[in-house]
Structure formats: structure tokens, C-alpha cells
Design a protein around this ligand. Structure first.
Ligand SMILES: [Fe+2]
Length: 330
């Protein structure tokens, strides 16, 4: 039960929409409409937008040079939850801009509050999505959204503790668990899973231990969408196979959120994880503090590659990341 008088916004915030900047609009149109099976709701020279439920827009691709996620929309339960978060931002001295009218409608919301978040990602807060209850034309039965939001995002960071603190201080995020993977004698990858609501995690933060590097060009390493049924998951896999997309990881299962999933390279290089049956947490019984020694209980194999998960590009981006600092609003 959510207490709207509480100053704790846990359970009152969820992932609402994701904006990607890309020059490859045609490729994105085919990928998300014919491969993943989403409902193409808007198509213009500069913007594509898809629905996956009654929200007018869930995924938006804008014509720009980023080839990356550029903005993340977070839905707050009500005006009181929004006021709490805005007061926190004001207390930290963060500049917040109000966006209304057509610019807000372009995101599928009535209005939004915008500020620059971790790694320079634009974070947008809203309470009133524009709804579209017309029937969906999708190649699947649906996606899990609702109070847990539309999926999750995974970042890599050179400062994971500060990044995790940011989400705790902004949204009262809670740590669900961790994964700690030893690679050889020296290298360790730590992943922290943060939840804002019943979904096991809305944000995952990955980091190399001791020698901190960021191995990705993109600010978001992967975006997860949760399919409604196993048939929806297998259908997306089959369609993407036939369309010739590159699977970054085959079907497998994570040990912590128990989600069955596969990963596919999007036209902009961000991985899209399509999953099914991710854990919904019960706050009364969830045992925090677990650490798992592997990313997958089974599967998630990397097609065509053996033993090493490192690509040459990872090493290049790791080296480049040492030359620049990571932005945080506080
Ligand atoms: Fe994931």
C-alpha cells in the first residue's frame, strides 16, 4: 500500500519512457516494429514513437547524432510525490526546467520537469501521461508495465557508489541484490540492482573493481522490456532471427530477478534485452543483501564468441573513459 502522505517516494516512481537519438530512423522503425513487434504510433521526418500499452508513447527515436539514449522519463505517482522529488533537487541546487505544450506532448505527457542527470542523461519527471486506449497493433500480446514501469536500464559507471547514492537520494531506491563476477585472478565486475517499486530493478549499475573503466560508448548499456508471455518472448526471438539481427546474448536466465531473456544489438549499438517473467518483489518478505557469483544461471551465451566476453571496442572505450570524468548533478 502506498502512503501518499509519506515523504518516501519508494513505490511511487517508475520508468515511463525512453528517448533515443539516432540518424538511423529507418533501421529503428524496422527493428522495433517488425522485430520486437511494438505499435508504431507516430512517424514523421524527425521522430518515431511506439506504444506498448495505453501510454501514447513509450519509446521515442529522434533524428539526431547521439546514437544513444538521450532522455529518460520517470513517472511519479501523483503531484505530492513529484513535489517531494522537486524539493530534493532544489535542495541540491539542481537546475530544473518545466516543459509544457507541444514539447511535452512529443514525450507523450501533459507536462514534465527536466534536469541533467548522471552521465549527462536528461532525466524528465512527469505525473500525467497522455493515454491512448485505441487498440494496439503489435506482433505480440503485450508487455509488462503498470506500477513497475516499462522495464529497466543498465549503466556502466566508474563511480558506482556515487551513482547508486544518486538514485537513493532522488527516488528512495533500494538495493535488491548484487552480482559479483570474477574474471581471472584480478578483474571483478560488480553489478548493483536498484528498485524504485515492485519491479526487481529499474536501474542496474555495473562497475569494474579497483581499476575503474567504462567499456561502452553509449551511456546506457542496455534497455530491458518485459514481454507479457513466453510466446511473446519466443516470437520476438524468432522474428529478430529471421530479420538477421545480431544477438549479443542468446536466451538465458539471470539468477537474481529470474528473468528469462535475450539481448539484441539495436541500430544505435545499445543492447535491447527482451525478457519474460521477471520477479516482482514483496517488501514484507524480500531478503536484501544477497550477492550472486554469476550473471546467468544458464544460457545467455554469446553467439560466435568463445571464452572472452571482451570485444576490442570495449578495450578502446575503457581506455577513452579514463580521459573524461562522469557527470553527476551532485
Ligand atoms: Fe537487464
Amino acid at each position: 500500500m502506498v502512503d501518499s502522505n509519506s515523504t518516501d517516494v519508494f513505490g511511487r516512481v517508475r520508468l515511463g519512457y525512453v528517448v533515443i537519438g539516432s540518424r538511423k530512423l529507418d533501421a529503428w522503425k524496422t527493428f522495433l516494429t517488425e522485430g520486437i513487434g511494438l505499435h508504431l504510433a507516430c512517424e514523421s521526418a524527425d521522430t518515431l514513437a511506439w506504444r506498448m500499452d495505453d501510454h501514447a508513447r513509450r519509446l521515442i527515436v529522434q533524428n539526431d547524432d547521439a546514437e544513444d539514449v538521450t532522455a529518460i522519463g520517470w513517472e511519479l505517482e501523483d503531484e505530492s510525490a513529484l513535489a517531494i522529488v522537486l524539493a530534493r533537487l532544489a535542495g541540491k541546487g539542481v537546475q530544473v526546467d518545466v516543459v509544457e505544450g507541444q514539447q511535452a506532448a512529443d514525450r507523450g505527457v501533459r507536462s514534465l520537469h527536466r534536469f541533467v542527470g548522471p552521465k549527462g542523461l536528461t532525466l524528465e519527471l512527469f505525473t500525467q501521461p497522455i493515454m491512448d486506449t485505441r487498440p494496439l497493433a503489435m506482433l505480440c500480446s503485450g508487455f509488462v508495465t503498470g506500477r513497475g514501469g516499462m522495464g529497466h536500464l543498465s549503466f556502466m559507471s566508474r563511480e558506482p557508489d556515487r551513482k547508486a547514492a544518486f538514485w537513493r537520494e532522488l527516488f528512495d531506491a533500494r538495493t535488491s541484490d548484487r552480482i559479483e563476477i570474477a574474471a581471472g585472478d584480478r578483474a571483478v565486475l560488480d553489478v548493483t540492482f536498484l528498485r524504485m517499486n515492485q519491479r526487481h530493478h529499474s536501474v542496474a549499475i555495473a562497475a569494474t573493481r579497483k581499476f575503474a573503466v567504462d567499456m561502452y560508448r553509449t551511456r546506457i548499456q542496455h534497455l530491458n522490456l518485459e514481454a507479457a508471455t513466453l510466446d511473446d518472448l519466443s516470437g520476438a526471438y524468432e522474428r529478430c532471427s529471421k530479420l538477421g539481427y545480431t544477438f549479443e546474448r542468446g536466451v538465458g536466465q539471470h539468477p537474481n530477478d529470474r528473468e528469462l531473456s535475450f539481448y539484441i544489438a539495436s541500430p544505435s549499438g545499445i543492447d535491447l534485452e527482451i525478457g519474460w517473467d521477471a520477479l516482482t518483489l514483496d517488501e514484507a518478505t524480500w531478503q536484501a543483501g544477497r550477492t550472486y557469483p554469476n550473471m546467468s544461471t544458464w544460457g545467455h551465451d554469446i553467439p560466435g564468441r568463445f571464452s572472452s566476453e571482451l570485444k576490442f571496442s570495449h578495450l578502446v572505450h575503457a581506455a577513452r573513459s579514463l580521459r573524461k570524468s562522469e557527470y553527476l548533478p551532485w
